[in-house]
Design a binder for this molecule. Structure first.
Ligand SMILES: Cc1ncc(C[n+]2csc(CCOP(=O)(O)OP(=O)(O)O)c2C)c(N)n1
Ligand SMILES: [Mg+2]
Length: 221
């Protein structure tokens, strides 16, 4: 929904009705985005870890094109590949291999934001994983930073102004970057925040009301 709503706000050919049809059969806003189905969706995702594999491929291509076409005073290719990845992405083997080779290739144009909400579809993350992801990426040769609470907007602004994780990440020219961002799934929902039940199901009418109250959200729609 973050992807689709961002595309909608950026003027892509996606309507409010398409957003309301999120995750419905035959809608152009399926739970797993698909290349060729939705304007602005440039790669198919869904299998956990695959997005990290895609991103590493994109970062490699970008580096290759830069090496081929950039001139000393004219940088035609200088883009970054920004990724939002989840606990499940960090679990999957494909992401381990992709992260390893991108450390080896020093893909400094790659920045992964790890949504460290410690919840998966099955429940608490430690049912299945308790490793130190940050240390693992450090060992692969990544530049690792930490944002303590992305849902605390004041703290986030303060931290970003203070440490400027993103600018900092861009200054590192010989390592890909991992920014571990601690977060709460279902933020603001009094009964469902930090639970697996909010991973893919709608909150429900009553809980939406309570969440809006809790967040001081004055709109009815
Ligand atoms: C390879 C693979 N295995 C299983 C699934 C099914 N699945 C979808 S989401 C998910 C885990 C969700 O947890 P997380 O990645 O932490 O996302 P969050 O709920 O925190 O947004 C699983 C196992 C999948 N999409 N891909
Ligand atoms: Mg999670």
């Amino acid at each position: 929904m973050l992807l689709y709503s961002s595309l909608y706000l950026c003027g892509y050919d996606i309507s409010l009705d398409d957003l309301k049809n999120f995750r419905q059969l035959n809608s152009i806003t399926p739970g797993h985005p698909e290349y060729g189905m939705t304007p602005g969706v440039e790669t198919t995702t869904g299998p956990l870890g695959q997005g990290i594999g895609n991103a590493v491929g994109m970062a490699m291509v970008s580096k290759h094109l830069a090496a081929k076409f950039n001139k000393k005073d004219h940088k035609l290719i200088d883009n970054y590949i920004n990724v939002i990845a989840s606990d499940g992405d960090m679990m999957e083997g494909v992401s381990h291999e992709a992260a390893s080779i991108s450390g080896n290739l020093k893909l400094a144009n790659l920045i992964i934001f790890y949504d460290n909400n410690k919840i998966t579809i099955d429940g608490k993350l430690d049912l299945a994983m308790s490793e130190g992801v940050a240390k693992r990426y450090d060992a692969y040769g990544w530049y690792v930073q930490h944002v303590k609470d992305v849902n605390d907007v004041d703290l986030l602004i303060e931290e970003i102004e203070e440490i400027e994780e993103i600018e900092e990440a861009k200054k590192v020219i010989d390592k890909p970057s991992l920014i571990v961002t601690d977060s709460h799934i279902g933020f603001g929902s009094p009964n469902k925040q930090d639970t697996a039940s909010v991973h893919g199901s709608p909150l429900g009418e009553e809980e939406i009301k309570l969440t809006k109250q809790n967040l001081g959200w004055g709109y009815e729609d």
